[in-house]
Design a binder for this molecule. Structure first.
Ligand code: TTP
Length: 682
């Protein structure tokens, strides 16, 4: 539902930047010989040469359109070059385009707040930069103006084609102009410079709209493509909006737009101007009524959010016609591929951007066997996201089953019991509600906060825990998570009481950063205890952590290196943190840790750098038998050191430096040994 927001100021400078025929440009950069030739990117399948998803401007001039199949494009433009989208895991692999989009965002974000709106679109709030330019180097003071600025389209300027450039120059340099328009003129300079920089650094061209709000900037960016920019001065807003078909406006392509047309006879934005705000509120409610009244007048208070990273990660595939998926085995096969891809992307996001996703959602479309059945939608289902391919797959299957049950039960209610057949034509998984892990210890807490989800066993995963994505508000999700985290889960909670006092103190110091300290500590201790729990019989065991380590399964057989890698990845997460605290935990919980499983009581222990470049944790039991764990230094994220108590940071840092220096730290009076000494506080 649209939200009516008042404009914070009408002196903002907002740009919408949209890449030109983006996938084609990415392919042309890869194969420069395609530049300048009619080219299209196809999502290939055997049916009529696949579907076109991006078309170059050269091909467009021959009449090639995105809605065409490859064969049709060939018939319209025989010389067209069709490039296939890369394929991985049996489906389109968009990572090359995603990464190219990130390159562009990195450049565009240099001048102001930047919101990545899609794979190839960005909003920029350039107000501050424009104000700075206006006060320091106003356009009228410039002797030379770059051609890219002069080539701007300024809506409302009427001049003979031969005089347009001069008219634009005059508009840009007017000293008596309204301040708001002067700021837009400065915006034209800044955007032109950014676009040239994008071209220089990435070889991609883009187009842009410059206006005082997001709605107008977006409308303008598509008006003059490719490689051009359009400015919307205040006086031109009315003439820009009035003729626009109402259904072309954002959020009016669906039911609301239909209702405006059918019930009020509104076909263009201009038609909307005849209705008072009160009349629109009466018909559509206060919020939507005001929003409609506002957009008819070009008023839109949406802020540019500061977001250079994607809001969610999604992966999926369509299975049209006879290719639809009809068995759970087929669903599982595809969900397994999607889970693997999603887990990988989430891990990269966690590692590179320190972000975690909180919600997993499964979307599907069901086969339309009959016209009446086509009315019934396969419901989207969501649940808290647990990291790791296996867990994502497990949850995705549960979500699918829940959706299918609901789909079939309502279908059979509506169409009788004969309606039990199903076929899935579209299946996708997405990870959303992505949040930053704040720096400092809080990151560790948040990490475990998420990991805690994995404490709940799959058996506990039931329909009650599955909820509609659409009804999940942020606060709803928080309270859901908090509720579950606070519910004692016997196994975890009991282990939690083993938490070492050092860690408790440390957490308490940092707890201002976390809303629910008790909850965080419980989560943290759960994770600690699950780590410190000695290997169970059926779990794979690592012979050693060195290069040649092999994983032994319960039957004692060795698994391949690949499998080992995967298993390690799954288990480790942010391995350095877990490993480090595993070591600490050994120190802090001498008595309880040992009990039943290891048959030893830790009396004293210390961590030292090992000869093999790892950190070795030694624990001596009462019987003097030694548990010896080696942690590889190169697997430890140096950032984790900042999260440790100050008194031991220096020494741990020394371990992470070259081996020579690390060896110097192997001294008797080590602060770490002292830190963990049972007598430390005496
Ligand atoms: P768009 O920005 O819609 O289009 P475009 O960049 O190809 O062309 P234009 O210059 O007109 O903006 O889409 C960006 C990319 O997203 C596009 O290159 C391919 C991909 N895409 C799809 O895969 N499927 C689709 O249905 C659409 C619309 C786009």
């Amino acid at each position: 539902m649209p939200v009516a927001r008042p404009e914070s100021s009408d002196s903002r400078v907002i740009a919408h930047v949209d890449m030109d025929c983006f996938y084609v440009q990415v392919e042309q950069r890869k194969q420069p010989e395609l530049r300048g030739h009619p080219t299209a990117v196809v999502q290939y399948n055997a049916w009529k040469g696949g579907g076109l998803i991006a078309v170059s401007y050269e091909a467009r001039s021959f009449g090639v359109k995105r809605s065409m199949r490859g064969d049709e494009a060939k018939s319209v433009c025989p010389e067209i070059q069709l490039v296939r989208v890369p394929v991985a895991r049996g489906k389109a692999d968009l990572s090359i385009y995603r990464n190219a989009g990130s390159e562009v965002v990195a450049i565009l974000s240099r001048k102001g707040r930047c919101e990545r709106a899609s794979i190839d679109e960005v909003y920029l709030d350039l107000t501050d930069a424009a104000e700075k330019m206006l006060s320091e180097t106003p356009p009228e003071s410039l002797e030379v103006i770059d051609d890219e600025v002069i080539k701007s389209h300024v809506l409302g300027i009427s001049a003979e084609p031969s005089d347009v450039r001069q008219a634009v120059r005059e508009w840009i340099c007017r000293s008596n102009a309204d301040r708001r328009d002067k700021l837009l003129a400065c915006g034209a300079f800044i955007v032109a410079e950014l676009r040239m920089q994008v071209l220089k650094e990435t070889q991609f061209s883009c187009s842009a709209g410059i206006a005082h709000n997001k709605m107008l900037a977006k409308l303008a960016s598509g008006m003059n493509k490719p490689a051009q920019q359009t400015v919307v001065p205040f006086v031109s807003i009315k003439s820009l909006l009035e003729p626009l078909p109402i259904r072309k406006m954002k959020q009016l392509g669906g039911k609301l737009g239909c209702s405006l047309q059918d019930d009020l006879g509104v076909n263009t934005v201009g038609d909307l101007l005849q209705f008072s705000e009160g009349r629109l509120q009466e018909r559509y409610g206060i919020n939507t009524g005001t929003w409609l009244w506002n957009i008819a007048r070009g008023i839109n208070g949406d802020e540019v959010e500061s977001r250079v990273l994607p809001k969610s990660h999604g992966t999926g595939k369509t299975f049209p016609g006879l290719n639809c998926l009809k068995t759970i085995a087929a669903i599982e096969r595809w969900l397994s591929k999607f889970s693997e891809e999603l887990a990988e992307r989430l891990e990269v996001d966690l590692e590179q951007n320190k972000r975690i996703a909180q919600t997993l959602t499964l979307h599907a479309s069901a086969h339309k066997a009959t016209e009446s059945q086509s009315q019934k939608k396969f419901p989207s289902k969501s649940c808290p996201l647990r990291y790791g391919t296996t867990k994502i797959l497990e949850d995705a299957l549960n979500l699918f089953q829940a959706g299918l049950r609901e789909y079939l039960s309502s279908s059979s209610k509506a169409y009788g019991n004969g309606c039990s057949g199903w076929g899935i034509t579209n299946l996708s998984l997405s990870a959303s509600k992505i949040v930053d892990i704040p720096s400092g210890t809080c990151s560790i807490m948040k990490y475990f906060h998420t990991q805690d989800q994995s404490c709940s066993s799959t058996k506990e995963f039931n329909d009650k825990e599955i909820f509609e994505a659409a009804t999940l508000s942020t606060s709803g999700s928080e309270s859901y998570l908090m509720k579950h985290l606070q519910e004692p889960q016997t196994e975890c909670h009991e282990d939690g009481t083993k938490m070492n006092t050092l860690m408790q103190t440390h957490l308490e110091d940092e707890s201002r950063m976390f809303e629910d300290k008790a909850c965080a500590q419980t989560n943290f201790s759960r994770e600690i205890s699950s780590l410190s729990t000695p290997v169970k019989k059926n779990e794979p065991q690592l012979d050693s952590v060195g290069e040649d380590a092999v994983i032994k399964d319960a039957a004692g057989g060795n698994r391949s290196r690949d499998q080992k890698g995967k298993a390690l990845k799954e288990k480790q997460g942010t391995s350095s943190i877990l490993q480090f605290f595993q070591t600490k935990n050994c120190f802090q919980e001498p008595k309880e840790e040992s009990v039943n499983d290891m048959q030893e009581t830790t009396e004293s222990s210390c961590s030292v750098p090992s000869e093999s470049g790892g950190i070795r944790s030694l624990h001596r039991g009462a019987d003097q038998s030694r548990v010896d764990c080696i942690y590889k230094i190169d697997e430890i994220d140096p950032n984790v050191v900042d999260e440790l108590p100050r008194e031991i940071q220096e020494e741990v840092r020394a371990w992470l430096r070259p081996q020579k220096r690390a060896n110097n730290t192997m001294r008797r009076g080590s602060s770490i040994t002292h830190y963990f000494s049972p007598n430390k506080n005496l």
